[in-house]
Write a protein that binds this ligand. Structure first.
Ligand SMILES: [Zn+2]
Length: 645
């Protein structure tokens, strides 16, 4: 989230929460509330589609997919327990103070502290989105109840404030914004609250929340309408999150055209114009201020069909993923893009790759994948999920990281449970509630299996269930077992990842003679019967990810996993020291190897899965997946020296 405010000088946030209409789906598939990113239900419960572009593939509603045992379930449970630990009265405290409603609750700390200009972003925003998503993902009724009580408390605050405005800080912050005086990010915070309320409606059916977000939108309309175009462009110089996106989604839910008309007031011309012209002018920009604007562009394209917005989204995604992302899928250094495209080797530090950026890029990827069903989008999604999202929540207490440092010799730091509430605490709370939302996608006659995660899919419109059994990535493949009432004709598309080294598939024990190329789909088109079993083998191998601007700086990977050298453990104080590691960076040895065989210095452990050892190095090294390290110093990128030198 970019800054200006009382707590910190650099940083920070974003988030988003979705909602919106459906597409060229047959009626049968629209019978029930769908994934709110692309499908919406009206207040009367009827499904509705306001999409203007065809979706090649659609995600299943979160409630139709359940995680099985494995690293995703562990992360989700840690998040769930953390959310359950947050008392509604404490979450409501600063909102009540702002609305002159008595509150004796103990204030929260960090970015929710009563003197923080971002207060309310988590307590009345991310928290609601996360609880709504968690309810959809696992049916936790207590969280739904707690979140509904926060909505109810917020409604009283909104009523007391009278104008439709709802925030934990006074409306005068918006005067400062208008006058271009220093203020942190008022619209950013308003976006979180609006998205949280809309998620409570979409996932939990909370109509009170929908009424509240509509009142907020009316206030936003009045505020922005009063400014000239040029004045509003200046206002957009202060981080404003996904305001355009939530307004688009509100239109998709309600059908009220006004919301869609307001959304482009948040188009930042100076940012969008170069992207539409396919020019990378991202250098110098605060990263997480801008990704949500592109998500808004994607959503606006879907609801209007205006091609310019698709161009913006696709060009941006290609530049960030191909030119400005590290081996983990993360992007940013000290929250910004500081260099020209492809210049990353000088950008490794204790504050590389803000977690919010990964969250938002994955969110954007879902839109782009929906338009194209291009397997390469999901290669990126998997890379980021397994290397930047898994492993950045502390499984012991559900706390989140802010930055995932990529300079060697640092360690992972987590926010204290009640004294952080960073932007990344917010997006993390949402992320780990929705880990099941991208495993399976579909269209009329096809199923896409995008991620290999132990899980179960219910597809009632087809009378079909799919049980995916896997210990991936420890297991190099997966097994799908179909069940249902009757034979079903269906094309099942299995993603063949970019990293696979060979591979094969069996149906009911018989190996098929054909396979598909890495970075594409293997399509199995037939009439499926209950009990049919698909066994997919995806052999992993060692490979390297080389810095685009320095081939002697390399990260080692195994299949989808970034491997990290494991070094000394850190103390509890170091773990909770702040948003990035502070203090001494351990010296990490260079690696000596034959550059023509860049993985020759690594060999797998003969007994421990996903564990590797160095070969022929002055200092013995052990490597494990980065996502498994929590309390140890590590090295991701190695300076590699040629053996012959
Ligand atoms: Zn963040």
């Amino acid at each position: 989230m970019a800054h200006s405010g009382s707590l910190s000088r650099r940083h920070f946030m974003t988030a988003v929460a979705g909602v919106a209409g459906a597409t060229l789906l047959p009626r049968a598939l629209m019978a029930d509330p769908q994934d709110p990113v692309v499908n919406a239900t009206q207040k009367d419960g009827k499904p509705v589609s306001r999409e203007k572009v065809p979706w090649r593939a659609l995600p299943f509603p979160l409630k139709q997919v359940r995680l099985g045992e494995g690293p995703c379930k562990i992360a989700m449970e840690a998040d769930r327990q953390y959310l359950r630990s947050l008392p509604p009265d404490r979450l409501l405290h600063t909102f009540r103070i702002t609305a002159a409603i008595p509150s004796s609750a103990q204030p929260l700390g960090g970015w929710e502290a009563p003197d923080c200009e971002l207060r309310g972003h988590y307590a009345g925003g991310h928290y609601l989105s996360a609880c709504a998503l968690m309810y959809a993902a696992c049916g936790d009724e207590d969280l739904k109840t707690n979140a509904a009580s926060v909505v109810d408390g917020l409604s009283k605050c909104q009523a007391a404030l009278k104008s439709g405005y709802l925030s934990a800080f006074p409306v005068e912050f918006f005067d400062r914004l208008r006058e271009r005086q220093q203020v942190w990010a008022p619209f950013y915070t308003i976006h979180k609250i609006m998205a949280g309320l809309l998620d409570m409606y979409e996932y939990c059916g909370n109509e009170q929340a929908l009424d509240m977000v509509e009142k907020m939108a009316a206030w936003v309309d009045r505020y922005t309408e009063s400014l000239s175009y040029e004045h509003m462009q200046r206002v957009l110089g202060t981080e404003f999150g996904g305001m355009g996106e939530v307004l688009c989604n509100l239109y998709a839910v309600t059908g009220k055209r006004d919301y869609l008309d307001i959304a482009p007031r948040f188009d930042k011309k100076q940012f969008f114009d170069p992207l539409a012209a396919h020019r990378d002018e991202l250098k110098g920009l605060h990263v997480n201020t801008h990704i949500p604007q592109v998500i808004a562009a994607a959503r606006y394209y879907e609801l209007t069909g205006e091609r310019r917005y698709r161009d913006i989204a696709e060009y941006f995604w290609n530049e960030v993923v191909n030119e400005r992302s590290y081996c983990t899928g993360g992007t940013s250094n000290d929250e910004s893009w500081n260099t020209d495209p492809g210049k990353l080797s000088t950008e490794l530090g204790p504050s590389t790759t803000e977690c919010c950026c990964a969250y938002n890029m994955m969110k954007l990827t879902r839109h782009l994948f929906g338009w194209s069903a291009d397997a390469r989008r999901m290669d990126y999604y998997e890379r980021t999920l397994f290397n930047h999202r898994l492993g950045t929540i502390n499984p012991e207490d559900g706390t989140m990281m802010y930055y995932l440092p990529l300079a060697s010799g640092y360690w992972k730091t987590f926010g204290k449970p009640l004294d952080a509430f960073w932007c990344c605490t917010g997006t993390g709370s949402e992320e780990y509630a929705k880990l099941a939302d991208t495993i399976y996608w579909h269209n009329d006659d096809s199923l896409y299996v995008n991620l290999y995660i132990d899980s179960q899919l219910e597809w009632p419109e087809k009378g079909l269930q799919v049980r995916q059994q896997t210990r991936f990535p420890e297991e190099q493949g997966t097994t799908l077992v179909l069940s249902g009432k009757s034979p079903a004709p269906l094309a099942i598309n299995l993603r063949i990842p970019y990293w696979t080294q060979g591979g094969s598939v069996k149906i009911n024990g018989t190996t098929l003679p054909a396979f598909a190329s890495p970075g594409s789909y293997l399509t199995l088109n037939r009439v499926w019967h209950p009990g049919d079993k698909i066994e997919l083998s995806l052999p992993m191998g060692l490979h390297v990810d080389t810095m685009p601007d320095d081939e002697t700086v390399q990260a080692a990977m195994y299949g989808p996993l970034v491997l990290a050298g494991r070094f000394d453990p850190v103390t509890r104080d170091q773990t909770y020291i702040g948003s990035s590691p502070k203090g001494v960076q351990s010296k990490v040895p260079d690696v000596v190897t034959d550059l023509t065989h860049p993985t020759a210095w690594i060999e797998p452990d003969s007994k421990q899965p996903l564990t590797f050892h160095s070969v022929g190095q002055p200092q013995p090294l052990t490597l494990v997946p980065l996502n498994q390290l929590i309390h140890e110093r590590y090295a991701v990128y190695w300076k590699v020296k040629s053996k012959s030198l």
